[in-house]
Design a protein around this ligand. Structure first.
Ligand code: FES
Length: 89
């Protein structure tokens, strides 16, 4: 049987990422759960300081590294920068 990330979870649940159902581990941060499920996320510090992992969870902007993954959550990822977009300063 092939190894999957879900085998290490003590609990799993479905969340919605940009409207798509994704099964994640619910025993860890949302950022860790998203990354383990193969969802690309920006990150740097992992302790809520850099704000690079900010997503919208049930309509509220939150750093994904500071939010627990909760079944049923509606997560909206920030739009990826497109080629030619300028970074705001
Ligand atoms: S990775 Fe820095 S705030 Fe989440």
């Amino acid at each position: 049987m092939p190894y999957t990330f879900l085998e290490k979870c003590s609990s799993t649940g479905d969340i919605f990422v940009n409207g798509e159902r994704v099964t994640v581990c619910t025993d860890r941060s949302l950022l860790a759960a998203l990354l383990a499920a193969g969802v690309e996320c920006d990150l740097f510090c992992g302790i809520g300081q850099c704000q690079r992992c900010v997503v919208r969870v049930d309509g509220v902007r939150r750093p994904a590294c500071m939010v627990r993954a909760t079944a049923g959550a509606d997560v909206i990822l920030p739009a990826a920068p497109r080629r030619g977009d300028r970074e705001s300063s």
